[in-house]
Design a protein. Structure first.
Length: 460
């Protein structure tokens, strides 16, 4: 009898991909045939939500299994924390990272730590600060020159060399993050009148920023075009597992780190800040930001959908579980294996999605783009419970509660109508944050906000 081959793992991250922009999640106008095919073979998580926000805090969640918003900001990966590739390497896996997301190693951030090999394809980034992207774009002649194409092709080539080994491969593509510049034919799928201009985001109230409805429409079209381009090249990589004959021994995970606003709540962007003044204002995380796709194709597991509440730290916990590797005691994630097996559709009572708790009023933070930002207000966190969404900042900010069953657009704040539920959800969230290692100092503004709300609602 031949011994069963151990599972290998491919994790694909696509940055800034809203869940409601994928056909498998109900979108009927954006073309995502490859992801839809994957979903038909996978377990589809219908209530998967972001944890730490934005880009690199999310990667810290994925690589450590800890809720990074509780103990770090947009910062280098702490050297004392074991990483997912490190733990898998110790369990006998060949570990590889192939990324074009520009922040893994820039400025010594060390998010490549633990990988036995690592490839960063340079070029993505902010055109104003990262000149290598401008130089790289001058070489574009074909669709295959775009970064998602180069990165997934590099991953295919790596698999051709190592598919017979037991491996963990992380593929992280920054698209469809802005700037949105797919070949014009992708954008014209969604804006037939597209004239080829590159649109700009404002990270603000789009009307107050002087943009027009047409600006927002074209931004959305170029973003949607990038999604379809990502779908095509990710689909090629997924198909490669079948071509190599390893689909039945490889766990395939597809996910994103957060979404984006395209006019909802009057925003265009994922946060609100003034580049000239260097201030970050109130940046709420509504459903357009917190709801992201999670698809997991697992050998021997039938395709299904689950309504369970899940979050990013659950993914590394699941991988370690399926690999039979050591899971550190302080990992905040919970294995999704019972959900994959169809044993339950209950996983978490709530999910916390948040900026780093260090983003408190008056503090100055410097992200990897080297732009100092003064935090103008305590940045709000979002708590999602069964059918409810709560947003809370500091004591000077209004607490918001929404009934998602009747108001999934989060337009009618019912906090003062149902104060007991708001208090219970926030209290449970504070207890969860404390259990995940948040300090009393970082929790203080939220506790003050809770006390302030109780007084305003006459709850004593």
């Amino acid at each position: 009898m031949t011994e069963a081959r151990p599972l290998s793992f491919v994790v694909i991250v696509s940055d800034t991909l809203r869940r409601d922009h994928v056909g498998a999640y109900g979108n009927d106008w954006i073309h995502t045939p490859a992801l839809d095919r994957l979903a038909s073979r996978a377990v589809v998580f219908d209530n998967h939500l972001i944890g730490s926000f934005p880009t690199m805090p999310a990667r810290a969640d994925l690589l450590t299994g800890r809720l990074s918003l509780t103990f770090m900001s947009w910062a280098p990966l702490p050297t004392d924390l074991p990483t997912l590739p490190q733990l898998l390497g110790e369990a006998g896996y060949l570990t590889m990272g192939i990324v074009d997301t520009p922040f893994y190693v820039r400025n010594g951030f060390g998010y490549d730590r633990g990988f036995q090999d690592f490839l960063w394809l340079r070029g993505q980034g902010d055109a104003k600060r990262m000149e290598e992207r401008l130089d790289a774009r001058s070489t574009w002649r074909h669709e295959s020159d775009r970064w998602v194409a180069r990165t997934t092709t590099a991953a295919e080539e790596w698999l051709e060399r190592h598919y017979e080994e037991k491996f963990f491969l992380l593929v992280d593509v920054w698209d469809p993050h802005e700037p949105w510049n797919p070949p014009d034919y992708y954008t014209r799928l969604y804006a037939p009148d597209y004239d080829g201009r590159e649109t700009e985001t404002c990270y603000d109230n789009w009307r107050e920023a002087g943009l027009t409805e047409d600006d927002v429409r074209l931004s959305h079209a170029t973003y949607s075009g990038e999604i379809s381009m990502v779908d095509r090249w990710v689909g090629r990589l997924v198909e490669k597992l079948d071509v190599l004959g390893i689909a039945d021994t490889t766990v395939l995970v597809f996910l994103s780190d957060h979404g984006y606003y395209f006019g909802e709540h009057d925003y265009l962007g994922k946060s609100v800040w003034d580049a000239d003044l260097g201030t970050q204002s109130w940046s709420p995380l509504y459903r357009e930001i917190v709801e992201v796709p999670l698809l997991m194709q697992v050998p021997g597991v039938a395709s299904r959908r689950t309504s369970a509440l899940t979050t990013l730290v659950d993914v590394p916990a699941t991988i370690l579980d399926l690999a039979g590797a050591e899971t550190p005691d302080d990992v905040a994630g919970r294995s999704l294996a019972p959900l994959l097996r169809g044993e339950t559709d209950v996983h978490r009572e709530l999910v916390i999605s948040s900026w780093p708790l260090e983003y408190q009023k008056g503090r100055i933070t410097i992200a990897v783009d080297s732009w100092p930002r003064r935090i103008a207000r305590d940045q709000p966190l979002t708590v999602t419970g069964r059918g409810l969404s709560l947003l809370v900042g500091g004591p000077d900010d209004e607490l918001e509660l929404y009934d998602l069953a009747s108001d999934d657009g989060e337009q009618h704040n019912i906090a003062l109508e149902r104060p007991d539920e708001a208090v219970a959800l926030l209290s449970d969230a504070l207890a969860e944050l404390l259990a995940c290692g948040a300090s009393d100092e970082l929790l203080a503004p939220r506790r003050e906000a809770l006390a302030h709300f109780r007084r305003a609602a006459n709850l004593g």
